[in-house]
Design a protein around this ligand. Structure first.
Ligand SMILES: Nc1ncnc2c1ncn2[C@@H]1O[C@H](COP(=O)(O)OP(=O)(O)O)[C@@H](O)[C@H]1O
Ligand SMILES: [Mg+2]
Length: 495
């Protein structure tokens, strides 16, 4: 496929040879026609001259009179086309020769005819007349005619091409230029330019289609712009709504934390007094209470107060953890000791439920860097759960291990009622208790496990719950390796 730099060039490349072919072909045909015509006319003239000269020369040839022959023959040579006259007597002897038998250039036509003389009654053969003509004359005029024709053909071709180009410019060139200008002027947001054009031809139809497209685009862009502005407005609105909501939520959270901190302080002070004086009463420090029931009531007041204090502490720590403010103290503690302390705190319930207790602390477990109060709170929560959800004669196992990465784990396992697999995630959400028949028998606030996980995470560790429904539960807390201290870290304090 040929390629051209412009439509005009392609147009020219197609029209020019075609025009040349048609015009040239026409002139060649015309010239051929004219030439053959001229040759025919020349031959007719030769025949006429032959006829008239053979009659005129008859007597002179019969008598072989040279002077007479020359007088009659010579005038014929005035004709420019005739180049030779040859006359022979009845024996074939040449009587006269004028001019030449052939021409240097072009073609010569030679004709001869017998000369008859009326000697007496009969026509006698007197001799032969030969005439030679040249086509040089026709050739010369053909040559000049061809020159004129070539000049004419060139002019005609130029005129046709010029006309075609002008028509092309008027019809297509301007349309293309206008279309291009309209397309180039297109800018986002600006109304699209249309091309002014009148007419009903194909170009006009293309331009009309283009103008329709421009109008549609202007409409689309307008709609798009509106949509964008609308969207921006909405995003702005939503953002400020969200900001407001976030600020409100932050303020509410701060207020909640402040409230909890204040309240727990306010609650703890009287609670400590209640617990302390209940103990004083129960121990009958300042004399007997009289009735036995008073001291048992005093004991109930004390245990209830302690329970309430634990709950308040859990609530405070959990709300601190949620606000990111649960920062563990970095003291050196022995997990062994913390486990013993936690067991002591639940000893009463363990014994009451007649539960078997197993303690499995590996010898390699070193002292750890952790917050003593929080670890105790964690262990006591896990043990309370284990005791609460395990029936009499069940077993509770409390242990500590260290793995090859020096990551220390604490675990509390029981042979209790367990947790259904699909609810394992749920038990870690604050204020959640499971709704199975067995779980419903027990009361609680749903704070323990979430708080334990928060304590584990505050130490950089994690908490996992594994359970088999009806078989038992195992909760494991893993501390990061850097919390494990060298084995002798606590040595000086040991007895
Ligand atoms: N050892 C366990 N065995 C069976 N279920 C348990 C155990 N520990 C916790 N759960 C379930 O997870 C729930 C949440 O426990 P927790 O956060 O300690 O709250 P609470 O003890 O106040 O109910 C419990 O109510 C119970 O349904
Ligand atoms: Mg609990």
């Amino acid at each position: 496929m040929l390629r051209f730099g412009s439509v005009r060039m392609a147009f020219l490349a197609v029209t020019l040879p075609l025009v040349l072919l048609v015009v040239g072909g026409f002139f060649v045909l015309l010239e051929f026609e004219t030439y053959t015509d001229a040759v025919a006319r020349l031959e007719a003239k030769l025949d006429r001259m032959l006829a008239s000269n053979s009659v005129m020369l008859a007597r002179a040839v019969w008598e072989r009179n040279d002077v007479l022959i020359a007088t009659h023959a010579a005038p014929a040579l005035i004709d420019p086309d005739l180049i030779g006259i040859f006359i022979y007597d009845r024996d074939g002897q040449a009587l006269a020769e004028f001019g030449s038998k052939s021409t240097a250039e072009g073609m010569s036509i030679t004709r001869d005819t017998p000369i008859s003389y009326a000697a007496g009654a009969d026509l006698e053969y007197a001799g032969q007349l030969v005439l030679v003509m040249s086509d040089a004359g026709i050739r010369a005029s053909a040559k000049s005619r061809i020159l004129v024709l070539i000049g004419f053909a060139v002019l005609l071709t130029a005129a046709i091409v010029f006309a075609a180009q002008t028509a092309f410019n008027l019809v297509i060139g301007r349309a293309l230029k206008d279309l291009q200008r309209a397309i180039d002027s297109t800018r986002l947001g600006a109304p699209r330019e249309e091309v002014q054009w009148s007419g009903t031809d194909e170009v006009a139809r293309v331009i009309e289609a283009f103008n329709r497209m421009q109008r549609r685009h202007t409409a689309y862009e307008g709609a798009l712009d509106d949509a964008r502005i609308d969207l921006e407005h909405r995003v702005e609105e939503r953002t400020s709504e969200l900001k407001r909501a976030r600020d409100e939520a932050r303020a509410a959270n701060r207020a909640k934390s402040a409230f909890l901190a204040n309240m727990s302080h306010e609650l703890r002070t009287p609670l400590n007094a209640i617990i302390g004086f209940a103990e004083v009463l129960k121990n009958q420090k300042f004399g007997p209470l009289g009735d036995e029931r008073y001291s048992s009531y005093a004991e109930i007041v004390r245990t209830s107060g302690t329970h309430l204090l634990d709950l308040i502490n859990d609530l405070l720590d959990l709300s601190r953890a949620e606000a990111g403010g649960l920062i563990p103290a970095d003291s050196t503690i022995s997990l062994d000791a913390q486990i013993s302390r936690a067991i002591d705190m639940s000893r009463g319930e363990i014994d009451a439920s007649r539960l078997n207790l197993k303690i499995e602390v590996d010898d390699e477990v070193p002292p750890v860097r952790a917050d003593a109060r929080l670890i105790l709170q964690l262990l006591s929560n896990l043990i309370t759960n284990a005791v609460k959800f395990t029936r009499s004669d069940g077993t509770i196992t409390i242990g500590a291990t260290i793995d090859e990465r020096r990551s220390v784990s604490l675990y509390v396992a029981d042979t209790g009622i367990g947790i259904p697999k699909d609810q394992l995630e749920k038990v870690l959400e604050p204020f959640t208790q499971l709704d199975t028949r067995l779980h419903r028998e027990h009361h609680g606030a749903g704070l323990g496990l979430p708080l334990c996980r928060a304590i584990a995470q505050a130490h950089g560790g994690q908490l996992t719950v594994e359970s088999e429904f009806g078989e038992g539960t195992r909760v494991t807390v893993t501390l990061p390796p850097w919390r494990a201290l060298p084995p002798n870290a606590l040595a000086p304090e040991r007895p």
